[in-house]
Design a protein. Structure first.
Lengths: 192, 192
DNA sequence: TAGAATCGCGAGGCTCTCTCCGCTTGCGCC
DNA sequence: GGCGCAAGCGGAGAGAGCCTCGCGATTCTA
């Protein structure tokens, strides 16, 4: 949704330069300040006009999604790497906890993963679907060996992950000691 | 935090009227539209000037907290009512699930309970402390009979509740069938 | 190198938050 | 009842943010 570098002709040289510059500034800014940065400010820091930012990223959401993509993709790659792991249960729960852990440390990533009107990861978005699909593979294997309760879908896990992140973030901000991922992971195990 | 009806002299009659009118409008508006309503719009609907709204509720947060208070208090009352229930484990988990369930059905309540910069329920706020304290009693009894894993605090549970709500809301928006509260509640049980 | 397509830019419209201060209203006292 | 004043009201307007529009500049293509 963000833009159209796929099938259309490649961007003109100056356009590519602008786009990358904006994206880099946005990444830095978002990692530091979370989702509070304004388009005007991004444009100013990137040394371009606001119009240029909007040309490449028509909405806040498009920009945030573009920034988010890079980070999420690492999580997806991890998931793919674990698709043939020896212990499917361990792989699944380890991945879940690791994602929560890394995401909780990144302000912008949290803001974006958490629900709310500003997030790019709405239910139904492509990114969201990819995310759920990546989870599905890990999940299916873990369920097959009885490590995860049946009935849970990739979407369910994605939602739980997000919820867990919210909890984890709050816990950290008050220096809580319980790892929320441990609690939620236990909840995903077969009951009894 | 919201205002000062406690120790100072009572509000003048017209001020009290204005305050209540604004609060009522805000309640209605928030329940319908979530947190998107503007102060200008609230003022217009309430038939007062924007200045008046700001006089009573200096910030968005103060207004939202005032609205939230009423809803939260019912949850707290429920918790108090269950403080002497026969089965502490059942009381604790039942309360948790019920709160998630009711909150998930109320747009504004969700918006406010979920994390994010606009929420009144920041860690450290009075409301947040009351909430955690109410949970503490239910929790302690449930832990004493071994229904809930030790080590978990009221704050932890409050955070988990919020996370669970995020997950539940997303699950509902895509018509998921798993009750997130069930998963999270299982996670709070003693492991093994 | 010239024409066409694309891009850059920032003024400005719109909305939203919040402030400021002159005007109005209710309250207590004579 | 009438008076004085503290308390409250209101809305213009500052400031910030989001986004659009269209002309001039730049790059690509032939």
């Amino acid at each position: 949704m963000g833009d159209d570098h796929s099938s259309a002709r490649p961007l003109r040289a100056d356009a590519r330069r602008s786009r990358e510059r904006v994206l880099q500034i946005a990444q830095e800014a978002l990692a530091g300040d979370g989702l509070t940065i304004s388009f005007d400010e991004i444009a100013r820091r990137a040394g371009v006009g606001v119009g240029t930012v909007y040309r490449h990223f028509p909405t806040e959401e498009a920009l945030f999604e573009a920034v988010l993509l890079g980070r999420i993709e690492r999580f997806l790659a991890d998931a793919r790497g674990l698709a043939t792991a020896e212990d499917p249960g361990r792989a699944f729960f380890g991945w879940f906890a690791k994602v929560v852990d890394e995401a909780a440390a990144n302000q912008a990533l949290c803001d974006m993963l958490e629900s709310g009107s500003r997030t790019a990861l709405r239910p139904g978005s492509t990114l969201e679907d990819d995310f759920a699909a990546a989870i599905d593979r890990l999940l299916a294997r873990a369920q097959r060996v009885g490590a995860v309760r049946p009935g849970l879908t990739g979407q369910d896990v994605a939602d739980l992950l997000r919820g867990c992140l919210v909890a984890e973030r709050r816990a950290r901000s008050r220096r809580g000691t319980v790892r929320m991922a441990d609690v939620v992971c236990d909840g995903m195990r077969p009951s009894g």
